[in-house]
Design a binder for this molecule. Structure first.
Ligand SMILES: *Cc1c(COP(=O)(O)O)cnc(C)c1O
Length: 223
C-alpha cells in the first residue's frame, strides 16, 4: 500500500497555518481514505457522483465531502442531501439546480464559483466577465439554500512557475474585486481554492486558503 499517512503528514507540515487541505481521493480505494481519516483528515474531494455516493455509504459519517469536478445538473439531486461543498459551480443553471435540490433536502449547500483563467481551452469554469455577469445579475441573492463561499480555479498545466503564479495572482485580485463589490459584509465569502499537487507551493504564496491535493498524498491514480 502507498504510504498515505506519511505523505499526508508531509503535506500538512508544508502548509502554512490557516490553509485548509482537501484530500483528493478520486479513483483511490476506500482503504486509502481510511488511512488518511485515521490521521485526522476529515475533508475529502471527489469528482464523480457515482464513485462518491459509493464511498459515502461505507465511510464514516463525519467526513466532509467536497465535489470538485464538473457537475452535471441531473446529478445534483443525488449529492445535495449530504455534500459539504460544491467547488466547481460554472453556470447560473447549475447554481439554480443546487438551490432547488438543497431546498428539497432542507439544507444550505456551500459552493465556490469556478473561474476559467488557465490557457487550456478544455478547462471548465466561468471567465472573469461571465462571473461578473452572474454576480451582477443578482439572482443568487434570492437563493436561500446556497451559500457562495468563494472562488476556485485551476492554473494551466505548465512547467513555467511564473505563469502559474501569475494566474493565481489574477484569481486573487479578482477575489478582492468581488469580495469588495458583493460580499464585503459576508464573512462566509472567504475561500480561495487553488493549488494541486504540482503547484500548491506556488498557490499558498498567492492567496490560496484551500488546496486540493491528490497525487502527493495518495500516489498516482489508476484509471
Ligand atoms: C484531480 C483534481 C485535483 C488533484 O490533483 P492532483 O494533481 O492529484 O493533486 C485537484 N483539483 C481538481 C479540480 C481535480 O480534478
Amino acid at each position: 500500500m502507498y504510504p498515505v499517512k506519511e505523505k499526508l503528514n508531509e503535506v500538512r507540515q508544508s502548509l502554512p497555518q490557516g490553509v485548509q487541505l482537501v484530500a483528493i481521493s478520486k479513483f483511490h480505494p476506500e482503504e486509502y481514505i481510511t488511512a488518511a481519516y485515521e490521521e485526522g483528515q476529515r475533508i475529502f474531494g471527489e469528482s464523480h457522483e457515482q464513485e462518491l455516493s459509493r464511498k459515502v455509504q461505507s465511510l464514516p459519517g463525519d467526513i466532509e465531502w467536497h465535489f470538485i469536478g464538473h457537475l452535471q445538473t441531473n446529478k445534483v439531486k443525488y449529492i445535495a442531501p449530504y455534500i459539504s461543498m460544491i467547488e466547481a459551480v460554472d453556470s447560473l443553471k447549475l447554481l439554480r439546480e443546487i438551490e432547488k435540490q438543497a431546498a428539497k433536502a432542507g439544507r444550505v449547500v456551500r459552493v465556490l464559483l469556478e473561474l476559467h483563467i488557465a490557457e487550456e481551452a478544455t478547462k471548465y469554469g466561468l471567465t472573469l466577465d461571465a462571473c461578473r455577469q452572474l454576480l451582477a445579475d443578482g439572482e443568487w441573492r434570492q437563493m436561500e439554500h446556497v451559500q457562495i463561499c468563494g472562488l476556485m480555479m485551476m492554473a494551466s498545466n505548465v512547467d513555467d512557475e511564473a505563469q502559474i503564479a501569475q494566474e493565481f495572482q489574477t484569481a486573487a485580485r479578482f477575489f478582492d474585486e468581488v469580495k469588495q463589490q458583493y460580499f464585503a459584509t459576508d464573512d462566509a465569502f472567504c475561500e480561495r481554492s487553488w493549488g494541486m499537487s504540482h503547484d500548491y507551493h506556488i498557490a499558498v504564496q498567492n492567496g490560496s486558503t484551500m488546496v486540493r491535493i491528490g497525487t502527493t498524498i495518495f500516489g498516482p491514480r489508476v484509471y
